[in-house]
Design a protein around this ligand. Sequence first.
Ligand code: C5P
Length: 319
Amino acid sequence: MLCQRRTRVVLALCLLLVLWQCFRAPTDGLGPFPWAPSLLNTPAARCTASANGSAWFNARYNTAMGPLLTGTAHELSADVVQWWLTLQGPPRGIQLEAIIQRLFTVLPPLTSGMWDSSRCRTCAVVGNSGWLRGSGHGLRIDAHDWVLRMNRAKIAGFERDVGVRTTHHFMYPESAVNLGPGVHLVLVPFKPLDLQWVASAFSTGELTHTYVRVNRFIKADRNKVLILSPAFLKYIHDNWTQHHGRYPSTGFTALLFALHACQQVSVFGFGADREGNWHHYWEKNRWSGAFRRTRVHDADVEFSLIERLAAEGRILFHK
Ligand code: C5P
């Protein structure tokens, strides 16, 4: 009798343990799916993952490289400024220090709550490739601590394939979209106007055009805005894409951001279609190969870097 009761108690405890493991929430609590099953490794396993790089990886990865602009005086070296100012057209009488200063009067200063690269976290980088359509990756994507999306990424209608959570949304003025509460807007600045646009879009709305018409205002949490440093873009161009293409794509930049901020990086939605177009999962192809031919970004080099990172166990690449 006593033995039976003890067995029942043990069985009940086991059941409770199994249920707790299956139904615990993602750690940042941002997601509407607190019941999403954990599809990832234990925290301890995640945090040991980045030790011991290959010679190939160590030659490229710079641990000391911070991805963000902080607004401190003279944080950009002359060679970074010189390279960055020519990315999208010739520089004309730019007062970069003054532009950055104004930006950080509109935005709050960077705090450790907004940026802390020391935490053990898992990150999903979700590119916009058409290969995501029909992938069924949604739950797997949502199970990560951080979910990084970019540009005009759509969720409504594609939840099964791309998930529903976003913690960071990478954009530039011409690709900007409004964001939900609590989402980090991550600006990828390709020119001084991009920095001016953020300051304007969160204040007066005076900036209406870059090389196209842009949104005057943006709906997003100004306390969560992160600005990528031009030095980080140059680091990717020098160390990773090694001067192939004019500058790295938004997606590849987001992936490198994740490599510097997360202990485990899963990559979804990268890869051109069979004709080499950067197609999107939410629309019929509009590019007709143009993006690849312009060589603004080198799609082949970026893709082979992603494959190499996956082969070396640095990222999990879900094709
Ligand atoms: O097209 P868009 O720039 O918005 O896509 C975001 C990123 O996703 C790109 O910068 C690129 O890195 C990646 N992408 C890809 N293959 C595609 C479409 C996009 O690798 N077919």
